[in-house]
Write a protein that binds this ligand. Structure first.
Ligand SMILES: CC(C)(COP(=O)(O)OP(=O)(O)OC[C@H]1O[C@@H](n2cnc3c(N)ncnc32)[C@H](O)[C@@H]1OP(=O)(O)O)[C@@H](O)C(=O)NCCC(=O)NCCS
Length: 437
């Protein structure tokens, strides 16, 4: 946009292209400039305009979103404007899922209908069971979940009709309902135990626990403290704005593929150790430290740059991750049932020392959600490979909320970034026979 008028609007950015001396004024809306406005800078018939280079999208907004708000400096996390602390204390996962996806808390009628629908879509087609059973005995449960969700798209071909709100709603219900079934079956598979069918008399968390742990008893009764702790963990993991997996769901969803396929892209992203694997690394670290007396030496090693204190620091939070505070409290309830995980003492000591230490204070390194969650999962007898599955199940609500927002957003286009080409040009191809002669 060329600055032809003398009065430059306050909410704008003036840019002078020193290559040409040309000046541009770019509007600032909601603290952002449009990358497309940069494209007008320096554009000629022969040259493309300016692009911004941002590997990993560290300073690029890909969407407008009203799903989740994070203020990393202040340690604030809100779903649809409601603070995570209030939701964790007073709500349950299904209500939070409804809130995330629909934008508002449900009325009693809406909640009852939602709970009923989810509860009665927990079963999966028997052929999906055969698909799961076809995996090797030692298959990673996350790989099984990924394939299971991808496979569901073939059972519901109508799902590709993403512009029909009723069709969309049904797939959303199916996905939230079936994820615990697939996750629990992946867990049972690794143990060589028979898969347990859903029990529609139970709540979302109780049913999941039953599918995980039921043996020969006619009715599995989960300890209410464990079911409650699981609800809390599910609420805390339900969404986290434009993280890597949400971005994967949106990117794949922008092709207008069905939501099962979009969601499996999110699961694939979460499978990566940089995204969903940190709590496992925390456990490994705590085991290696072994005893509270070894904590000071370990901290010295971290400060000397030998390694990182896993479960500390966050790309967004430069303050205490609000989810870590809530999880720490949930630890007490779980350990009351399961007995205290001996690694907890080491974790508490690490946190105490790190929070007082200049190295961590100066770098704004605080415990993140993964610092304590692994301890709870281990106390609940989950092997580390299940940790990401336990993350993927609740994150389904967030992925779907992000997906619905994408589908309804008139501004969204197929995700197709630019590149800065660094390869050769106009080379002459020599056929193999001549090259290899
Ligand atoms: C999460 C994480 C990747 C965020 O990284 P980031 O925002 O890119 O921060 P940086 O890697 O640039 O680190 C900034 C500084 O803090 C230090 N730092 C960051 N996390 C640290 C940690 N966990 N332990 C020790 N030092 C750490 C870095 O060494 C760097 O120090 P320097 O300025 O002296 O070089 C990083 O904090 C980390 O690796 N944490 C441990 C893994 C983890 O818990 N991941 C789960 C996240 S939910």
């Amino acid at each position: 946009m060329t600055d032809a008028t003398p009065a430059v609007p306050d909410e704008s950015l003036s840019i002078r292209d020193n290559r040409t001396g040309e000046e541009y004024t770019v509007p600032i809306v909601d603290g952002a400039i449009r990358a497309a406005d940069l494209g007008k800078i320096g554009k000629t018939e022969d040259e493309p305009g300016l692009v911004s280079y941002d590997p990993g999208f560290t300073n690029t907004a890909s969407t407008r979103s009203s799903v989740t708000f994070i203020d990393g400096e202040k340690g604030i996390l809100e779903y649809r404007g409601y603070p995570i602390e209030q939701l964790a204390e007073h709500s349950n996962y299904l209500e939070v899922a409804y809130l995330l996806i629909n934008g508002e808390l449900p009325t009693k009628e809406q909640y009852d209908a939602w709970e009923h629908e989810i509860t009665f879509h927990t079963f999966v087609h028997e052929n999906i069971k055969s698909l799961m059973q076809g995996f090797r005995y030692d298959a990673h449960p996350m790989g099984m979940l990924l394939s299971g969700v991808g496979g569901l798209s073939t059972f519901y071909p109508e799902a590709r009709n993403i512009s029909d709100p009723e069709v969309r709603h049904l797939q959303i219900v199916r996905m939230i309902a079936k994820m615990p079934t697939l996750g629990a079956w992946a867990f049972r598979h690794a143990q060589g135990k028979p898969y347990v069918y859903p029990d529609n008399d139970l709540s979302y968390a109780e049913n999941f626990l039953a599918m995980l742990f039921k043996m020969s008893e006619p009715k599995f009764e989960a300890d209410p403290r464990l079911a409650k702790a699981l609800e809390i963990l599910f609420i805390l993991h339900a969404d986290h704005e434009q993280n890597a997996s949400a971005n994967a769901v949106r990117s794949v969803g922008s092709t207008q593929v069905d939501p099962y396929s979009s969601l499996s892209a999110g699961i694939a992203a979460l499978y990566g150790p940089l995204h969903g694997g940190a709590n496992e690394a925390v456990l490994r670290m705590l085991r290696r430290i072994g005893d509270v007396s070894n904590v000071p030496a370990f901290i010295e090693g971290v400060k000397a740059g030998d390694e990182r204190l896993m479960g500390f620091g966050h790309r967004v939070y430069k303050n205490y991750d609000p989810r870590a505070t809530i999880i720490k409290k949930a630890c007490d309830d779980v350990f009351e049932v399961t007995g205290v995980n001996p690694l907890l003492k080491i974790a508490v000591e690490l946190e105490k020392i790190a929070l007082e230490d200049e190295y961590f204070v100066k770098r704004k390194l605080y415990p993140n959600v993964d610092f304590y969650s692994g301890l709870i999962y281990e106390a609940l007898q989950f092997p580390p490979e299940m940790f990401t599955v336990l993350f993927a199940i609740p994150r389904t609500a967030g992925w779907l909320a992000q997906w619905v927002e994408l589908v309804d957003d008139k501004e969204q286009k197929i995700a197709r970034p630019k590149q800065i080409y660094t390869g050769g040009r106009q080379l002459t191809f020599t056929p193999r026979e001549q090259r290899w002669a």
